[in-house]
Design a protein around this ligand. Structure first.
Ligand SMILES: CC(=O)Nc1cnc2ccccc2c1
Length: 446
């Protein structure tokens, strides 16, 4: 009744009628909050980036795989307080299943590896490029989706697998013009934390939680981190020692602290000597403070950073030897990385490395009078049959219009189907760059 009185209108008490002030219902033409459209120019840049992802993956002998963007929520229920879990884009579907838009790709890869079981011989080397989602309160105005390139090696316990993955990313950077003075990799191992925690007999099941807490260093106040460590059952002494170790700046000092026999030191030394062999030593540095924010890493972890210190991590990855067994699979070692499509573009813009990518078509075909439209289509067909791209003018247009379109679509040639020429089985050709014009027999068009 209140609504009726207020609006002075009878009829539905629910939402007000659509706005037809301009005579039609206008939907919101923007994409949902936090998501992007890819109009042609942006799609050309994305395709260029993804083509480089693909070519590097294939250069390293990796096979492409893909998974549904929708997964069971169960893949991401980890009790380590990760940010990725707080922001899960999850819901209950019409079958009352708890599902989620994937926030990362590694759990899907693990799922497929387990599903394939013994039918896929090890080592598995797979890569994928997929859209990942997060649901953030838009207060932070951050994106809710991005595309990630992942490469994963499953079934190789040796550090050689990590060395290959970093080499692949270095190769990618070089291909797009990024050098080791633009970016570097901070490298550490979670075994550093593990060895410290073992000294203070912290229970294993607190390991993921500790790593997630440590990953927030420099992002949240140190006292909040200490609080999180306390809730992970660390004593004051253990927390102090842990924070101490994380500020160690060299492998030698780490060796002084942890001893030379531990796996943390031996793994890292192996990786740095492999880097020598690959010739990418100047790209990497030991940095004990790198832990990465995903709970499942168990060994080497690394992240690509911009040396200008302006941007967030460009990429990141590491070893996750326990993930498959936590999903009920065999105890198979694995390592991989994720490389997002957002930060790298910011870096390329900063470095003036965004390539000039223009739309191009070889031919624009048009008929010079109304009843030669079919003839024009036949000419287009012949050219396409020879693998030549054709933008066929689909309705009769004055020549001025055609020239304008030819320059907009960046056509190399204009093919004119005119009555006089057609009678002789010929068409007119105008090379737009030189202005050269000639007639040619249709079956001699190439
Ligand atoms: C810089 C950026 O866009 N980051 C981003 C954007 N969307 C995401 C979606 C899911 C998980 C991580 C994400 C990360």
């Amino acid at each position: 009744l209140q609504n009726v009185l207020r609006s002075g209108r009878s009829g539905s008490l629910s939402a007000p009628p659509p706005d037809r002030s301009n005579g039609a219902l206008k939907i919101d033409v923007n994409p949902p909050k936090g998501t992007r459209d890819f109009p042609p120019e942006d799609m050309r840049l994305r395709n260029w980036l993804f083509q480089n992802f693909r070519e590097v993956s294939q250069l390293y002998g990796f096979e492409e795989v893909d998974f549904p963007v929708l997964e069971s929520e169960a893949l991401y229920i980890r009790k380590a307080g990760e940010e990725i879990k707080d922001q899960l884009y999850c819901f209950e579907d019409r079958g009352n299943r708890r599902v989620a838009l994937r926030p990362e790709l590694t759990p899907s890869l693990a799922r497929l590896v387990i599903q394939k079981g013994k039918s896929v011989p090890l080592p598995i080397k797979w890569f994928t490029i997929g859209q990942c989602w997060r649901y953030e309160r838009m207060t932070r105005g951050r994106r809710r989706e991005h595309y990630q390139w992942n490469m994963d090696t499953v079934g190789v316990p040796e550090i050689t697998a990590e060395a290959e993955l970093i080499s692949a990313i270095v190769t990618f950077f070089k291909r797009i013009g990024i050098t080791s003075s633009d970016v570097g990799f901070k490298i550490s191992s979670r075994k550093v934390l593990q060895e410290v925690l073992r000294c203070y007999s912290v229970p294993e099941n607190m390991f993921g939680k500790v790593c997630v807490a440590i990953d927030k260093l420099e992002k949240i106040p140190i006292d909040d981190i200490k609080e999180e460590l306390r809730s992970a059952e660390l004593s004051e002494e253990a927390s102090e020692e842990l924070l101490q170790v994380l500020s160690v700046k060299s492998l030698d000092k780490l060796e002084d602290k942890l001893g030379a026999a531990g796996e943390a030191v031996t793994d890292l030394k192996r990786l740095f000597s492999l880097a020598e062999e690959y010739g990418y030593s100047e790209w990497i540095q030991f940095d004990a403070s790198v832990v990465r924010g995903l709970a499942y890493y168990t060994g080497i972890v690394f992240e690509g950073f911009d040396r200008g210190g302006k941007l967030r991590a460009i990429c990141g990855g590491g070893r996750y030897d326990r993930l498959l067994s936590t999903f009920g699979g065999d105890d198979i070692p694995a390592c991989g990385f994720g490389f997002g499509d957002a930060v790298i573009v910011e870096l390329l813009k900063d470095k003036g490395l965004i390539p000039e990518l223009t739309h191009q078509v070889e031919n624009i075909v048009c008929s010079l009078d109304k009843d030669l439209q079919q003839a024009a289509a036949a000419v287009a067909n012949i050219l396409r049959g020879k693998g030549q791209s054709v933008d066929l003018v689909l309705e009769y247009k004055p020549l001025k219009w055609v020239f304008k379109r030819a320059s907009r679509v960046n056509a190399r040639r204009l093919i004119l189907v005119g009555d006089a020429e057609w009678q002789k089985g010929m068409v007119g050709v105008k090379v737009l760059s030189s202005g050269e014009q000639f007639e040619v027999k249709i079956d001699e068009l190439e």
